[in-house]
Write a protein that binds this ligand. Sequence first.
Ligand code: SF4
Length: 496
Amino acid sequence: MAQNSRDMKRKLYLETFGCQMNVLDSELVLGQLRAHGYESTEDRDRADVILFNTCSVREHAEQKVWSRLGELRPHKQQRPELVIGVIGCMAERDGTDLFRRYPHVDLLCGPGELDKLTQLVHNAVITGADRTRQVALMGSNTRRSATLAAAEDNLELLDLSRSISSEDDIAQAYVRITRGCNKFCSYCVVPYTRGPEVHRPPGNIIEEVKRLAQAGVREVTLLGQTVNHYHYRDGDGRQTTFAQLLYDIHEAVTELPRLRFVTSFPRDFTNEALQAMRDCSRICRYLHAPAQHGSDRILKAMNRGYTAGQYYDFVDRARGMMSDISIASDFIVGFPGETEEDFELTMEMVRRCRFKNSFIFKYSPRPGTVAIDRFADDVADADKRSRNNRLLAVQQEVSESINRQMIDRTVQVLVEGESKLVSRQAAAVGKVELGWQRRADESSAGETQMVGRTAGDQIVVFPAPRSLKGQLVEVRIVGAKNLTLFGKLQEVAVSV
Ligand code: SF4
């Protein structure tokens, strides 16, 4: 793509909503746009190009995007040359209907077409205020057509285009291993917006993890909507399973201290994959495996493909192999037809499975899903709210009891940065029950409250120098609340 000196100064504002997959997509497209002369800015008012990478899974994230687009209407009137684009799942789901509601939007790009985004942005920029709209969407059939292989190759090139530098100062990074989803849960739009599952070649994944580790990344998270369903068959018919991929990365990238993965689909968890976690010391013993509900009747309506009993079996197998494994879940309350008895079964699941934490959502019908057409949203909002709060209270009790068991243990923590929620009292050993304030306090010893995570994904706050950001350190746990552990720095762990 030809660039002129004017293009070199274009400022780009990119705001990301939703899951880790969107965070990674944003990182990749930002890298591509930077390589073509765009400069990112945090200041939306100074941007020449404004992009929203959107999510249609939760209503709340979607409302934020609509509100952002509404705010931009007067800006566009004042500066017609401003380029406004919607990318990601909302663009794919709503398609060109979005232009009817927001005629000041110039560009739409679905998550399966992001390799074309740089060209779309460039076309929009060079044609100025007289531009025609730029659109790249998969459509419902395209991905299943003969062009599928070429589309996959182009997306693979987008992943491979990632610029990795030891000057980037990043300790954690995402690496995609699987795109799309084949599960078709009735409340979810992802299989329609991201298309069917595609698994990346294992050689490309290992190479990417290696380059990241060599650039100083301390923790890589493998990403997939159903990450543990990974399987790849090469041209010679050789199969790589998810378990094999874990073993291969662990063996090939010995300089990486931590490897983790999200999000797991409970039904797909093989004993081999659990064994790989048990056998490989640098794979974090943490699983995010959303159960979504404790009632078989609701799980069936959700089209999750497993029963509560099968979920319990999966948890028992995991804990049988690794007694210290930390498991997190997601739950939807108020799904259509949910009775108080169904809800009690979800409460029971949280108590029995002892999740480290659960992300709890009130059901809201999402456009483009099977559930919105098939089921009436018949649980009263007051009931949804009450169930949400009751489930949260049970989860908090469980989380606090798990966290309290950590007191007096020494754990390895990857330091992420300064804590935003810091208590003056937390800095004093053990005194963690008192009030909170919003700013980090710096002690006379040059220490501040830093925050990091254990291999089991527990959040730890402890006083330490800022210079430890990105380092693995040993911390002794001295206090615990339901969401946070409090600790004392022991030493910097340098060995891998
Ligand atoms: S597994 Fe279900 S909830 Fe998860 S992305 Fe696929 S369809 Fe959506």
